[in-house]
Design a protein around this ligand. Structure first.
Ligand code: NDP
Ligand code: MG
Length: 381
């Protein structure tokens, strides 16, 4: 029986994680969970899973839940998440959105917990600091992002062999094949409508701009200690091969499956054993063909913005991530156009440079600074 703390239980990954726990009551015990403000759903989850503790970032919502449940510890504000991960447990699953996931991951590592990581922004911003903390505290980190779960599994096939290249697959998102002119006209609901995956809003927009793949290149760099020049993005619209690894004998090992996040979530929770899942089976006859294309980097500029940031250093990747989060939020609130996301990121990254951080606090400072600068750039345009 594994004791588990779930950060972001009301989100897309959070709800799919609860589905796995629900179907495996003999394997997982939910100690604690968290949300930002969606207490309608959190209330139902508390009643069903009866955790010891919850963290609710929004203070008023926390007060309401505290008044409703007697034997429940209720933590609040962003500090509440860092307290939550200190409760006794075997593993912390981080399904938070954006940089809000960074500090809780770090605190969980420091308190000796294994990490199941969906929150890619933790590694995009925390990079070396997170990798060092994992080593120092001798904990394990299991990736949930489907591509990184695939790579993790492929690497296990040839433990002592040199890796030549990682093939990071991407569906291409809702605007695959669009021109720059087409991108200027896209609407919010079209950008949120991903062809293969049903996800939270932020990652859906990142998938549409292809910044999601840029973030994943950076995530892979830290997870697998591999240089960016050896990570190659392949557009694979069927989303069946979740990624692949090429070894020095030119063998390529790939991992396949239906696009269902419960597969990587359950492996991260139950590693090294797989869990039985009542999900749709992959029918290769039905699929018939698998296809691959080069990404169109002239149209989807975020990919090169991310590669360049990685080359520049960790200050640049943190700034890029923070500015992107800010711009996506503005787009979700209909304050800017879709194309403004990549255009303003490009201006920011060409104009500014950012020093590498020495601590988590430095990272939060760079994040804040980049958000302020990108807002200023928008004001000027
Ligand atoms: P969602 O937006 O669906 O869920 C985010 C969760 O985090 C919710 O529980 C939300 O609470 C909570 N939350 C959001 N902001 C804050 C904050 N500032 N402080 C505290 N809690 C907060 O996101 P997803 O589940 O789609 O994604 C989660 C992470 O997993 C992201 O990093 C994403 O990139 C990654 N990922 C997701 C995939 C997917 O299929 N969804 C696939 C691969 C990776 P509330 O509901 O109250 O707002
Ligand atoms: Mg992914």
């Amino acid at each position: 029986m594994k004791d588990l703390i779930l950060l972001g239980s009301t989100g897309s990954i959070g709800r799919q994680t609860l589905d796995i726990i629900r179907n495996n009551p003999d394997k997982f015990n939910l100690v604690g969970m968290s949300c930002n403000s969606n207490i309608e759903l959190l209330r139902e989850q508390i009643e069903e899973f009866k955790p010891k503790v919850v963290a609710i970032a929004e203070e008023n919502s926390a007060r309401i839940i505290k008044s409703e449940f007697d034997n429940l510890d209720v933590l609040s504000t962003s500090r509440g998440l860092c307290e939550l991960v200190k409760y006794p447990a075997d593993i912390v699953l981080n399904a938070l959105m954006g940089i809000s996931g960074l500090k809780p991951t770090y605190e969980a590592i420091i308190s000796g917990k294994d990490i199941a990581l969906a929150n890619k922004e933790t590694l995009v911003t925390g990079g070396q600091i997170i990798v060092d903390a994992i080593k120092e505290n001798r904990v394990n980190l299991f990736p949930i992002d489907s591509e990184h779960s695939a790579i993790f599994q492929c690497l296990k096939s040839s433990l002592n062999s040199k890796v030549k290249r990682i093939i990071l697959t991407a569906s291409g998102g809702p605007f695959r094949g669009y021109s720059l002119e087409d991108l200027k006209k896209v609407k919010l609901d079209e950008a949120l409508n991903h062809p293969k995956w049903k996800m939270g809003k932020k990652i859906s927009i990142d998938s549409a701009t292809m910044m999601n793949k840029g973030l994943e290149v950076i995530e892979a760099r830290w997870l697998f200690d591999i240089k960016e020049d050896n990570i190659e993005v392949h557009i694979h619209p069927e989303s069946i091969i979740h990624s692949a690894v090429e070894f020095e004998d030119n063998s390529i090992i790939a991992q396949m499956g239906t696009p269902d996040m419960r597969i990587p979530i359950s492996l991260a929770l139950n590693y090294p054993d797989r869990l039985k899942l009542e999900s749709e089976k992959l029918d290769l006859f039905e699929i018939g063909k698998l296809s691959f294309e080069r990404p169109n980097r002239q149209v989807f500029r975020c990919l090169d913005i991310a590669y360049n940031a990685l080359k520049e250093g960790s200050g640049a990747t943190i700034a890029m991530n923070g500015a992107n989060e800010e711009l996506v939020n503005l787009f979700l609130n209909k304050k800017i156009q879709f194309i403004d996301i990549q255009e303003n990121l490009e201006i920011l990254m060409e104009r500014e440079s950012f020093e590498s951080p020495k601590s988590i606090d430095d990272i939060m400072m760079i994040d804040k600074e980049a958000r302020a600068i990108v807002r200023e750039i928008i004001g000027k345009n």
